[in-house]
Design a binder for this molecule. Structure first.
Ligand SMILES: Cc1cc2nc3c(=O)[nH]c(=O)nc-3n(C[C@H](O)[C@H](O)[C@H](O)COP(=O)(O)OP(=O)(O)OC[C@H]3O[C@@H](n4cnc5c(N)ncnc54)[C@H](O)[C@@H]3O)c2cc1C
Length: 176
């Protein structure tokens, strides 16, 4: 994880100093970029490059350049700070054989009372947001205590319905 100190840098490579009359006092915007990597798409994060006067991971420089290329940033825009972090695993990526494999793994673990839940615990991307992951934990406890049904893990089609009903499985109650 890298939190680079405030930069005074312009996309075009120019390095304005605070004494630069062109340096803006704001307002500023924030951008969040996610860069994926696979064996089919390499990303240069191990090498470093210069962003203004700062030495940063090359992927940061490439990302800023990409933002300029597509018009999200202008070369003369001023970048005042950059936060960069690398996650080895970001997404529980679905595959065609996923459901059968998950069912087998889930059954195997449940035989030993292991409730593997959460974003990577259950590996179900369609119910792996923060709210889903939290519900998975709550519902696993409700199942253990009350034999309630786990809706989030086993019925994404219900919990992801556009109809925003608040559901509780505990005591088999259902609320609007
Ligand atoms: C880039 C990105 C953007 C996201 N954006 C959103 C968003 O906008 N909205 C949203 O709702 N959700 C978002 N999410 C998803 C959200 O972060 C997850 O749904 C949530 O954090 C999952 O919670 P969790 O408890 O299941 O798992 P995690 O938060 O991953 O917690 C698992 C914990 O277990 C620890 N751990 C792993 N292995 C072991 C081990 N062997 N022993 C001990 N500890 C271990 C890990 O270190 C971690 O602390 C995003 C996720 C990513 C990666």
């Amino acid at each position: 994880m890298h939190l680079y100190p405030p930069l005074q840098w312009r996309g075009g490579g120019e390095v304005p100093r605070s004494s630069d009359a062109g340096a803006s006092s704001g307002p500023y915007s924030s951008f969040m970029f996610e860069v994926s990597e696979s064996k089919f798409k390499s990303v240069q994060w191990k090498t470093t490059a210069h962003l203004g006067t700062m030495e940063v991971s090359k992927v940061v420089v490439d990302t800023v350049q990409g933002a300029i290329n597509v018009g999200l940033l202008k070369p003369e825009d001023e970048i005042v700070s950059v936060f960069y972090t690398r996650l080895e695993r970001g997404y529980p990526t679905p595959t065609l054989l996923r459901d059968a494999a998950l069912e087998q793994a889930d059954q195997f673990l449940l035989e030993d009372d292991i409730y593997s839940r959460g974003r990577f615990g259950m590996w179900k991307y369609e119910v792996a947001n923060q709210d889903h992951s939290f519900s998975q934990g709550v519902e696993a406890v409700e199942r253990i205590l009350q034999s309630a049904e786990e809706l989030t893990v086993y019925h994404p089609e219900i919990v992801n319905t556009r109809e925003k009903k608040r559901r509780r499985t505990f005591n088999h109650q259902e609320e609007d």
